[in-house]
Design a protein around this ligand. Structure first.
Ligand code: NDP
Length: 287
């Protein structure tokens, strides 16, 4: 039987609608949730992502302020702009669109963001809170993946989960979230031996690699939940994931498509995080 498709677009619409309702409640208390976005340089993909975030904010009742800075912006200038938003009581979320131009150290920039406004959940403080099981906000892409896994209704306790990819943005926090759900988690990467066998042992398989269609049907356990984080271009320049959907969907129990899977969920989780940060900060400010 072909796999059930997990519809990220539909699930994301529900999350954004809930965020919009929460934004309305904050507005009734005189608080307008506000997200400050920094876009440095003219990377076309980054510009598209930022426009998407502006649209999501508009639909979710969040004011978005995008500061577009030239490609030769110095690290000092960007840091100064971040510090200004850190101390602006009307700003509840701060996001720096990555990647940054070469002259700017990404780590220093991320570390400059006030953890209370770190809606991407990239700062060391928030990463640490996630690892010790006390997160305030959940990182957007892994949280979106977890939401999709939970939408299948499968009991996660004791399940074998395999995460392929160990980036700070996706793989590592994904493993932490699955562990917190009592899965037995295996993390794989480019030095993993016999990746196919590891994948084939997974009840839940998350692919966050960045290699078009690398995970094929023969690497998947029958009935598994397969979450495809990858965003790649295939040989015809068409958007595709890390999973070969055609063969994988013949074997998996549930599978996410690309596009229409993890991408919209990531964007929706950012809206939810911004509203949550606004709620906490406005309470802290007594607004
Ligand atoms: P990174 O490049 O930071 O990490 C890729 C990971 O994959 C690394 O850990 C790497 O291992 C591992 N890897 C690479 N080749 C292999 C291989 N042959 N076998 C096993 N593991 C391998 O990527 P990201 O985590 O940032 O992103 C992964 C993908 O997800 C990309 O396509 C990206 O565009 C997409 N993405 C999508 C998002 C969305 O919202 N839909 C959000 C974020 C990312 P090693 O550490 O050993 O090098």
């Amino acid at each position: 039987m072909p796999a059930k498709r997990i519809d990220g677009t539909a699930l994301a619409a529900g999350i954004k609608a809930a965020a919009a309702r929460d934004a309305q409640k904050l507005a009734e208390q005189g608080v307008r949730p506000r997200l400050a976005v920094f876009l440095v340089g003219d990377d076309p993909a980054s510009a598209i992502y930022v426009r998407g975030k502006e649209k999501d904010c508009a639909e979710s009742g969040i004011e978005s302020v995008v500061e577009r800075l030239p490609a030769d912006t110095s690290e000092e200038t960007l840091l100064e702009r971040i510090y200004a938003e850190n101390s602006n009581p009307h700003t509840h979320g701060i996001l720096v669109q990555l990647p940054l131009p070469k002259q700017i150290d990404e780590s220093r920039v991320i570390e400059a963001i006030d953890p209370a406004k770190d809606v991407d959940v990239f700062t060391p403080e928030n990463v640490g809170l996630l690892q010790i099981g006390r997160p305030f906000l959940l990182p957007c892409t892994p949280a979106g993946c977890l939401h999709m896994i939970q939408s299948t209704g499968i009991d996660l306790a004791g399940k074998e989960a395999v995460v392929v990819g160990r980036s700070n943005i996706v793989g590592k926090p994904m493993a932490a979230l699955l562990l917190a759900q009592n899965c037995t988690v295996t993390m794989c990467h480019s030095k993993t031996r016999d990746l196919a066998a590891k994948c084939a042992s997974a009840d839940i398989l998350v692919a966050a690699i960045g290699r078009a269609k690398m995970i094929t049907g023969d690497m998947i356990k029958p009935g598994a939940v397969v979450i495809d984080v990858g965003m790649n271009r295939d040989e015809n320049d068409k958007l595709c994931g890390d999973v070969d959907y055609a063969t994988a969907s013949e074997v998996a129990g549930f599978i996410t498509p690309v596009p229409g899977g993890v991408g919209p969920m990531t964007r929706a989780m950012l809206m939810a995080n911004t509203i949550k940060a606004a709620g906490r900060l406005s309470a802290a400010f007594g607004l």
